[in-house]
Design a protein around this ligand. Sequence first.
Ligand SMILES: [Zn+2]
Length: 231
Amino acid sequence: MAQTKLVFDNIPICLVHKHRVKLLRDSTAIPIVDHVLDLSALSPNLNDALWPVPQRTHDTCAVCGTTKEVTSHHLVPREFLKHLPYETKLDILQIVDLCAKCHGIYEREANQFKIKLEKSLGVVTKDVLDTRLMRAKQCAGALLRYRDKLSLSRLGYCLSDLADYFGRYDFNTLDLEEIMSKPHYARGQNRGWLILNRYKDLERFALLWQIHFVEWYLAKQKKMLDKACAE
Ligand SMILES: [Zn+2]
């Protein structure tokens, strides 16, 4: 059976499994047409009930429950937040705790979603070669491969180039691997601004990201639960 697609303001958000579709359809009373559940007419007071953002604990990953390497994740990505005035930012600032591994997995999903947003909103950005990131990736590679064998001066150069790009000095193996996986053809630097500019209603923009994250989070949790039951 074909999966149902969630759509909001003409933007396809994600596919959802049938156990979730039934709940969404029953709670929103929105009909499914051609495997599409269009949430644009959604009643605002259903938002938090249907897409509950996990409570913050500051030390436990909301997805897998580990207490190792817990980071904070902004539901509305920083790429957009940085263009907002402080007070506006506070209104839509939702943060969840994710471990480095789960964070990396979701970031990849979020990047795909940003590309979808670009397409849906007709935003055109050029790929730009990010030479500073290229340099940072070389340093991350050197640290990963030769950490113990690097001379002190070489180690210093590598760390300062990484700090120059990322604004910090502490990198564990997972961080370095994540840096290595970043594409150095950065999407146009102004993509966040261009997208925000098209998407005028910030509350709806924040809700879009909330739905995207929570659907991913619920699907991920269900998968883990199913796996645990099967074992
Ligand atoms: Zn995790």
